[in-house]
Write a protein that binds this ligand. Structure first.
Ligand code: NAD
Length: 431
């Protein structure tokens, strides 16, 4: 199949590697982003993302594709849609106070509808509230374009299932679900996906079933983490190591317990409950178990802030005025993504309690007022160290400890430190 041009709307964690993946496979891609800073950085070959593909960094791939002209970046979505046969939508629906904010997603749908060309294909890859593609997007596309779906243009819902940090690899190897209302839309969507994917392509003619399955994939991780956090509290009370228990339980072929860290962050998992809940409200049903799991995970930053205060007290120190070194601000190990990050929430809670927080994470670009530029600056004369994620493969918290004020307090949410490596008198807590 030959495609002249693909427009990828939204050049964030999903859209940029996806656009570059199509470009790597020989397509001409226009990346579209409404944020002028994103556009001007990408034009210069700059991104804070840490993806790699076959030994090349995303920065190298971006710069190569810009030079070859197979990847262009613009904030002019209208022109990009008019020039493209395929439009891929990756703009998300944020949640504010439990309520979805459609503003950005809707603006992108309007741009697509207003500029759609006859015969074009739209792939929606954003995670959405079940029913959005057919009840929200399709009417906008039809009304704004004056054309009929399935006749004059085509669309499919193709949820994005990658994990940040493995994007290029998982575009190729993760099975792709396609929710398409008719055979022709499916065939067109599958041909585009086949350009970048070697994995299975699975069709459902229920677009809403595919939308729901994507939300449930994220929700089962949310609930799994709430469960392992509860197991961790049990293991602690019984004087056992939760990591060892999980290692043992996961040797069962049908068990896959996730690891308890400092909480659940990022764009995907914390929002999933709210996406489903909007639909559940509409249907007049409740989701008590999933709601409880979400509430429990929401409480984790406060749990770890309280635990820090308790450990400081045990070392004869007060939270007020204590200097707390924090290792890791992203929502997971090695990641630049600090959206809804429990680490950031923990820092803010500690500051509210009067602590001086100095956090180091070289991957995170956000300018938090409590972020410092080196681990030494964070650790220097600190009363406590909180390990919230692994910043790099060679991250060694023992280097931090050398810089700290005795007696040392350590809270390790990743189970990295062994107590026997610590100086005598250290107050230590490990998940
Ligand atoms: N991040 C992940 O690992 C991941 C994985 C699977 C699915 N998803 C889903 O993919 C979607 C995108 O997630 P993301 O993490 O890439 O988000 P992101 O915030 O990193 O990227 C979205 C980009 O869209 C841009 N944008 C907003 N409105 C726009 C408009 N009208 N026109 C053009 N650009 C616009 C923003 O400036 C931003 O750069 C979400 O629905 C998310 O739930 C994300």
């Amino acid at each position: 199949m030959t495609i002249d041009r693909i427009a990828v709307i939204g050049q964030g964690y999903v859209g940029l590697p996806l656009a570059l993946s199509f470009a790597l496979h020989g397509c001409h891609v226009i990346g579209v982003d409404s944020d002028p800073d994103v556009c001007s950085n990408l034009k210069k070959g700059i991104t804070a993302q840490t993806e790699t593909y076959q030994g090349q960094s995303i920065q190298t791939i971006l710069q190569t594709m810009l030079q070859k002209g197979t990847y262009q970046i613009t904030d002019n979505g209208a022109e990009a849609v008019r020039r493209s046969e395929v439009i891929v939508l990756t703009v998300g629906i944020p949640i504010e106070s439990g309520v979805p904010v459609y503003e950005y997603f809707e603006a992108a749908c309007n741009t697509i509808g207003e500029n759609l060309q006859k015969g074009s294909l739209i792939l929606i890859r954003s995670t959405v509230i079940p029913g959005t593609t057919e009840n929200f997007c399709k009417p906008i596309f039809e009304k704004k374009s004056g054309m009929k779906a399935g006749v004059d243009f085509f669309f499919a819902y193709v949820p994005e299932r990658i994990a940040e940090g493995k994007a290029f690899e998982e575009f190729e190897t993760m099975p792709t679900l396609i929710g398409a209302p008719d055979e022709k839309s499916f065939d067109k969507a599958a041909a585009i996906i086949r350009m970048i994917s070697k994995a299975d392509i699975i069709r459902s003619d229920s677009v809403m079933a595919v939308e729901t399955s994507k939300v449930l994939e994220n929700l089962q991780r949310d609930a799994n983490i709430a469960i392992v956090q509860e197991f961790a509290r049990f293991a602690e009370a019984a004087g056992m190591d939760i990591m060892e228990i999980i290692r043992l339980a996961n040797t069962h072929k049908r068990v896959n317990l996730l690891t308890p860290g400092p909480g659940v962050g990022g764009y995907c998992i914390p929002n999933a409950f709210h996406y489903l809940n909007v639909k559940a409200d509409e249907l007049g049903i409740e989701l008590p178990l999933l709601k409880l799991a979400r509430q429990q995970n929401d409480r984790l930053p406060q749990f770890f802030a309280d635990k820090t205060e308790e450990l400081l007290q045990a070392a004869g120190k007060s939270i007020a005025g204590a200097k707390i070194a924090v290792a890791g601000l992203a929502m997971k190990d090695f990641s630049p993504d600090d959206r809804l990050s429990p680490a950031v929430m923990i820092c803010n809670l500690l500051i509210q309690s009067g602590a001086k927080v100095a956090a180091y994470d070289k991957n995170v670009a956000t300018r938090h007022p409590f972020k410092v530029d080196s681990f030494r600056e964070a650790a220097n004369s600190a009363d406590a160290l909180l390990i919230l994620n692994r910043i790099s493969r060679d991250f060694n918290p023992l280097e931090w400890i050398d810089e700290m004020k005795k007696p040392i307090v350590i809270l390790d949410t990743r189970g990295i430190i062994e107590p026997e490596d610590l100086p005598e008198g250290t107050v230590f807590w490990r998940i």
